[in-house]
Design a protein around this ligand. Structure first.
Ligand SMILES: Nc1ncnc2c1ncn2[C@@H]1O[C@H](COP(=O)(O)OP(=O)(O)OP(=O)(O)O)[C@@H](O)[C@H]1O
Length: 673
């Protein structure tokens, strides 16, 4: 199945069913076959998920409903208690008003169809008629009250649900965010907040329809017990059809959510400024557009499949309802003909049947809509419970106030999941039995070829991951049991791909310590320390320049300028341990020297610097160098010791030095030429 559009389709036309050939799937267009593993094998890499399918059946849907309903009630109460109470009271009142109204109509009909002069009959019916009018007025007032309270409640519910969603997303471990299954849950659950909002009005309609239905059903039972089951038979088919269609839609949504996300990503790639140069120079536009169209066409085929099934289900239900309606009215006719029912009672029965079946229809439609929304709110709840198990722990052992060293003891770490290029083969460990020491207050450099595990090591150091095996110790305190928030407070990090926030330059620096109020002096000092003063001076509005080019008034920075702001951010944070991953990759030669000079002076102030760099000439001022190779520590020592030992470091150093020597040797010749 590798290289095919796994789980990017739904049942029927789904391209991910085991053992199915492409020919079985009319939903998969030729271009998509190319995208996901045809002759060109232009696999964009989004098709590697195979989720366990949802277990949904009719009974499960019904039994889950109360729990989901109460969840939405809980949300509503969290959002606004008073408005929730007002909605419940108004809807209950409206339902009761309908029951009273039906009974009053029954009484009106009874009086009008009784014997005696018409004046007397009208006079007798007058109180009941007044009740009908009063109840109608009350009902209108309650409806207005409910509309107002619901309108107030809905946006609040959405806000509370969204906040809970975002809060969960921000407080889980990095491994959860990087886990594709959890990410899919984040994807689907984002619709839960809007669904929770919509559930409120559906829930009010359900409450209202249920009470009205109970009223109509009670009146019918009193009139004749045979009429009630017939009413139920009339409405069951629409219930079945609506729930079946909803279930299919939901299943399809789950199967296609990744596809949909990929489609949106393709569309956004076509318009994002960062991709624009390459799209034009490499002509990537038509490629992306072709795949966007192919993905959209596949999604359209799924929509068509759902529509076809919905039409068929609707037809079957309509046939069934028609037969039940005929049976109901035939029964009523039979009762009249045999004299088992008076004409006035039959009149009320017709009204009750019409009201009852209208209520049942409403109930079915609203319960169905409620159920559909509840399924998405259910995703939100699943996210909450899943996030609960993956939260960054709060509290823990205190770290020593003035530790001497950080020690990695036989640390191994493997990224979760399979190796992306191999079928079912587990990933190789990114770190494998690493034992090393980081003395605090010194400059420690991590060196090694691409993929040797340097970034992974500093992520473990920062507490972003915990080791699968071994320990990371601050003196004698194991970071696995330490207070993670306190640990993070001691770390400042300029990651390789540090975030370029679409905010002002000021915020981009101060976000390094967003929990404390912004201090201008500290900010100026951080900008100076990072050598970013010239960068800020060149900005049209200095620190207040918006660094988001696609916004009006936005400005863009070069990679090197950004890098200095990143360093300023870490300096502003002022953690005890400063981790810098490739700090000079985008800097010119002069800036590089300057940055290393500053990094050295930071160590002079007692800050520990953990430096990852490929520029070995810059490492010569480090107090200690650890060399990694394929996840293992292969050498440790001062730069001079490592050069003298003639190992991996010396070899890499010689390779870099050779390049300069070769160029230097060629220079006079080329100048002469
Ligand atoms: N988030 C991740 N998920 C899965 N595998 C990862 C992840 N990050 C890194 N890896 C894998 O872990 C191994 C070590 O990567 P790491 O980024 O630590 O190396 P590095 O020494 O910092 O490389 P470079 O010098 O290129 O930055 C690599 O094989 C890489 O593919």
């Amino acid at each position: 199945m590798a290289g095919k559009a796994r789980a990017d389709g739904a049942q029927g036309g789904r391209p991910d069913e085991p053992g199915a050939s492409d020919a079985d799937h009319p939903g998969v267009s030729d271009s998509e076959r190319l995208l996901f593993g045809g002759p060109l094998r232009y696999d964009t890499g989004w098709n590697q998920h195979s989720d366990a399918f949802l277990e949904l059946n009719f009974r499960a849907m019904i039994t889950r409903l109360p729990a989901l309903l109460s969840a939405s009630l809980r949300l509503a109460r969290q959002a606004d208690r008073r408005a929730t109470r007002a909605v419940i009271a108004a809807e209950t009142g409206r339902g009761a008003a309908q029951a009273v109204s039906l009974l009053a109509v029954n009484s009106v009909l009874g009086r009008l169809l009784a014997g005696g002069p018409i004046e007397d009959r009208l006079r007798d019916a007058a109180p009941a008629l007044t009740t009908v009018a009063a109840v109608a007025l009350l009902s209108a007032l309650l409806r207005a009250a409910s509309t107002y309270a619901t309108g107030r409640l809905e946006p609040k519910v959405e806000r509370v649900a969204t906040e809970q969603y975002l809060q969960r997303a921000a407080s889980v471990e990095l491994t959860a965010i990087e886990d594709h299954a959890f990410h899919k849950l984040l994807d689907t659950a984002q619709y839960g907040a809007a669904s929770a909002r919509r559930m409120i009005s559906y829930a009010t309609h359900v409450v209202n329809a249920m009470i009205s239905l109970v009223a109509a059903a009670s009146v019918l039972t009193v009139l004749h017990p045979a009429l009630l089951p017939l009413l139920v038979t009339m409405t069951l088919p629409s219930a079945w059809s609506a729930l079946t269609i909803a279930r299919r839609r939901y299943e399809s949504f789950h199967a296609w959510v990744q596809h949909e996300r990929a489609g949106r990503l393709l569309a956004s790639l076509l318009i994002e400024p960062e991709a624009a140069p390459e799209i034009r120079v490499h002509g990537v536009g038509p490629f992306l557009l072709r795949h966007f169209r192919s993905m959209s066409e596949t999604a359209e085929a799924e929509q068509a499949r759902l529509a076809r099934l919905a039409a068929r289900t609707g037809l079957i239900a309509a046939l069934w309802t028609g037969l039940a309606t005929v049976a109901t009215y035939a029964t009523l006719g039979g009762l009249l003909l045999t004299g088992s029912m008076a004409l006035s009672v039959a009149g009320t029965a017709v009204i009750a049947i019409r009201t009852g079946s209208a209520n049942l229809d409403t109930l079915v439609v609203e319960v169905n809509a409620l159920h559909e929304e509840a399924l998405f709110v259910g995703d939100l709840q699943r996210l909450h419970s899943e996030a609960e198990t993956r939260l960054i722990p709060v509290g823990g052992t205190a770290l020593p106030a003035a530790p001497r060293e950080i020690r990695f003891e036989d640390v191994s770490f493997t990224y979760p999941g399979e190796h992306p290029d191999s079928r079912g083969k587990p990933r190789r460990p990114a770190l494998d039995g690493v034992t090393l020491t980081i003395p605090l207050g010194k400059i420690v450099a991590l060196v090694g070829e691409n993929g040797s595990g340097k970034t992974t090591l500093v992520k473990l150091l920062a507490g972003l991951y915990t080791p699968d095996k071994g320990r990371v110790l601050w003196d004698d305190v194991d970071t696995a049991t330490a207070d993670r928030h306190r640990l993070a407070e001691r770390i400042a990090m300029v990651a390789q791909d540090f975030k370029r926030w679409p905010f002002t330059a000021r915020v981009n620096v101060a976000v390094g310590r967003s929990s404390a109020p912004l201090t201008e002096n500290r900010l100026a000092e951080a900008v100076r320390e990072a050598g970013a003063r010239s960068v800020v001076a060149d900005l049209p509005r200095g620190l207040d320049t918006l660094l988001a080019r696609h916004f009006s008034g936005g400005h863009s920075l070069s990679g090197g300028q950004w890098q200095r702001l990143g360093i300023a951010r870490a300096a502003y944070r002022g953690g005890r341990v400063l981790i810098v991953d490739e700090p000079t990759a985008a800097l010119d030669a002069r800036a590089e020297l300057e940055v290393f000079e500053r990094i050295r002076s930071l160590a002079g102030t007692g800050q520990t610097v953990v430096l990852i760099t490929h520029r070995l000439a810059s490492v010569r001022h480090a107090d200690l160098v650890h060399v990694l190779d394929r996840g293992r520590l292969v050498e440790s020592g001062t730069p001079d010791e490592l050069l003298a030992s003639g190992g991996v470091y010396a070899e890499l150093y010689a390779l870099q030095a050779e390049q300069f020597t070769a160029v230097a040797e060629r220079l006079p010749t080329s100048e002469a030429g």
